[in-house]
Ligand binder design. Sequence first.
Ligand code: SAH
Ligand code: SF4
Length: 413
Amino acid sequence: MAVNLLDFDLEGLAAWCEGLGEKRFRAVQLFRWIHQKGAGDFAAMTDLARSLREKLQQHAEIRALPVFGEQRSADGTVKWLFDVGGGNAVEAVFIPEADRGTLCVSSQAGCAVGCRFCSTGHQGFSRNLSTGEIVAQLWHAEHSLRRALGLAPPERAIDNVVMMGMGEPLQNYAALVPALRVFLDDHGYGLSRRRVTVSTSGVVPMIDRLREDCSVALAVSLHAPDDTLRESLVPLNRKYPLAELLAACRRYLDRAPRDFITFEYCMLDGVNDSDEQARALVRLAAGQGPAGEAWPRVPCKFNLIPFNPFPASGLKRSPRERVLAFAAILQDAGIVTTVRKTRGDDIDAACGQLAGEVLDRTQAAERLARRRVDVPLVAAPSNAPAPGRGRSLASTVGSAPSTTTPAGARSAA
Ligand code: SAH
Ligand code: SF4
């Protein structure tokens, strides 16, 4: 079977090219064609010798993920549903903001952690994605957005990647790290370490390894100020309780590109949203455990996420006033706290809540077949006339008034 070149970081590609008798600079050229120019076949790579292109055609491919559907929200959010075979699909979501464009990427089909409030967790675990399948999400999103927005390098659509889609990235470590390297590589997507975030439910040994191997920004899904509650929400807490998790966060900061950890906290009505629980978080952040014991102090920011409800969870979203009161307690204690805006609600694309419905995994194939019909497919932009610069993506499908700036567009400089 042909080798998928999306599976390689630059070092891996150089080693593979060496096996073909090609020098390293050829691997750099090839890597740039794939990731910077979005080439999907070798014929376009005109500055490579014909003999090399023929070898590539024989032995390799750039294996994009088949797209089941692409949905665009009125607010500019775009969600892709990718087919990863065997009746499984994963999603990636583009979230345009005034000053940046973020892509939320999946690392697994399903997830084995099984958090109570997460619909991916309720689906169970299907399989790890390969490096190529993780990279293919950014490859497809970046280059299709560039075509749709009429962007030419050095302009790019995505300058921020968050591993906050489906799956627990630190339980797919071997595939994750080369993918992160492709995101960071100057010959690849050239993203800053500060703008690539791994979000984890707290796989302590892998937090330590990430610090050594590829320290990007770290977000930790906290969701509770004490072990009893956290165990009931995030089962992994039984294996790696809070004191150990916070110690790993503290160690991570020695090498991290940012001087804080982002704690994510999903706001669940009557479960983890009381004033007392906010005060307990303030004490945790200051290095005081639930019984007043000394714990590692972790410089942090909080990101409060309004819960995206789904019936099987039996949980409710905290009322807006509760979220604001909770945030105020953290803020008054000097902790920078943001409340995540819900985006793409109309296409069910809130980051971290990527599977719109929870169904038995045995029915996955049937579900996908149904989605083929349900998800409105937007015509592939490649052969459509590029929309004029200065039009938002939403406006290209006529679902929102046109604006003067492409929401996700900016220079890579
Ligand atoms: N497995 C990793 C990354 C994927 S989940 C993790 O847990 O961190 C990304 C974020 O979405 C996590 O903070 C998770 O807690 C949050 N999330 C999951 N389900 C959600 C829901 N139903 N509503 C709101 N946020 C949710
Ligand atoms: Fe897995 Fe993260 Fe969902 Fe928990 S919140 S089940 S770790 S994807």
